[in-house]
Design a protein around this ligand. Structure first.
Ligand SMILES: O=C(CO)COP(=O)(O)O
Length: 264
């Protein structure tokens, strides 16, 4: 983590919690963090609930003037029209979303999303004034062949196609090795650093220093309060994209306060 970039902890709830449960969890998280006098300028805290929860989260965040930000798990490549079941970037922006996750490995896998699709979604999000969290990551076979860096850099290259240096400087990339997602198999801090550094080096090559120094690169995959500090100690890791552990206020609160946690 570099001092010039604000660390970002984002909780991807995936397909968990209805809108009532969402309100309870965000309230608990807000209490937990306010109890500890969390400085949101020091570590940005984001929840990423299912679409159906967003309006309730917006109402709570606005009503209680919470500093927690929120985002969506996906967005349509289309602006509007006859696309049954799709949700547009404009709709999400209107709900006060700050972020949109695009290209999560579960969408790449179950919905066949290509880098081209991911790039189109990222453009939609950015055009609507939200920050895309662009996910990349390798499966186990690629990792075992030692090709994780080449694979992830290629995904970044494809997913960031057509973005200006200025735009890239404000983006978030999340490195999530597929073999570490929901498996309890966390990558080592060195594994995380290797790919996050390569992503930044690639951005430096293609978009220049300002983009490379600005873009935030997160790690995701079995992050918990107990292992977050070691991961965050790495120079090129600017935060975490958290799945399972973000469904518990105490646990996610601990992750947001990684600097209080012991380095394992
Ligand atoms: O996919 C993830 C976040 O987007 C990671 O999930 P877990 O933290 O449950 O491994």
């Amino acid at each position: 983590m570099a001092a010039t970039r604000t660390p970002l902890m984002a909780g991807n709830w995936k397909m968990n919690l209805n809108h009532q449960e969402a309100v309870v969890l965000v309230q608990k998280l807000a209490w937990t963090l306010s109890d500890k006098k969390h400085d949101f300028a020091k570590v940005e805290v984001v929840v990423v609930p299912p679409f159906t929860d967003l309006r309730s989260v917006q109402t709570l965040v606005d009503g209680d003037r919470l500093s927690i930000r929120y985002g969506a798990q996906d967005v349509s490549v289309h602006e509007s029209g006859a696309y049954t079941g799709e949700i547009s970037a404009g709709m999400l922006a209107k709900l006060g979303c700050s972020y949109v996750v695009v290209g999560h490995s579960e969408r790449r896998e179950h919905h066949d999303e290509s880098d081209e699709t991911v790039s189109a979604k990222a453009h939609r999000a950015l055009d609507a004034g939200m920050t895309p969290i662009v996910c990349v990551g390798e499966g186990l076979e690629i990792r075992q062949a030692g090709e994780q860096v080449a694979h992830c850099v290629a995904q970044v290259a494809g997913s960031l196609a057509g973005f200006s240096a200025e735009q890239v400087a404000g983006l978030v990339v999340a490195y999530e090795p597929v073999w570490a997602i929901g498996t309890g198999e966390v990558a080592t801090p060195d594994d995380a650093q290797e790919v996050c550094a390569a992503v930044r080096a690639h951005v430096r090559e293609t978009h220049g220093d300002a983009a490379a120094d600005g873009v935030r690169v997160l790690y995701g995959g079995s992050v918990k309060a107990a292992n977050v500090a070691g991961i965050m100690a790495e120079t090129d890791v600017d935060g975490c994209l958290v799945g399972g552990a973000s469904l518990q206020a105490d646990e996610f609160g601990g992750i947001c306060r990684f600097y209080d946690m012991p380095v394992l």
